[in-house]
Unconditional design. Sequence first.
Length: 202
Amino acid sequence: MRRAWPSTPAAEASSRLDQPWQVSSLTGNVVFEDRDGNLWIGTQAGVERFRNNRLTPARFHGGERMFSLARDVSGHVLACAKPTGEIWQLRADAPAQVVERRPPGTFGVLANAADGALLLAGAAGIERRYADKVEHIAYPPDPAAAGEVAVTRVMDDGRALWVTIARRGTFRWQDGKWQAQPELGLPPGIFYAAPGAKGAMW
């Protein structure tokens, strides 16, 4: 994993969405770009599509507080809503629709692998979904754990799979085994991370 120097995009921004009347909530937790260039912004109050300087809200059932976004096998955007456990398909040309219902809970996250597979980190483990198969990966063992695994992040750098579990840290899955954060020489308190070049993480 590489370290990134602090940046100040706010100082260089040509425009901003920083007023309560502009977006559903000023507390954003995810930004995702789809294959058509739409930007999907997940906040604590919903998901909105940003295109041609216009924001269009996606309509959900209500009760959603956190979202993670990824692409499905057809290239459409999926939104995993917490704590409802619903997975929604978001399209620019159609209303949002629920495509999967998982057990409600506080944790769980969607992402895409480097090869395009859908990564779904749920309560019991990680699913790597392709169009024709699903690979299941168990979480790092924790004898003291009980119930839902508090996974907050899943990523793929092209060579290894990474997960972050609340109160346990960040782990790497490579060659069929997990390595914990201390083994990888990573400092505690990693708040943000993203894949870089193949085999590298920022």
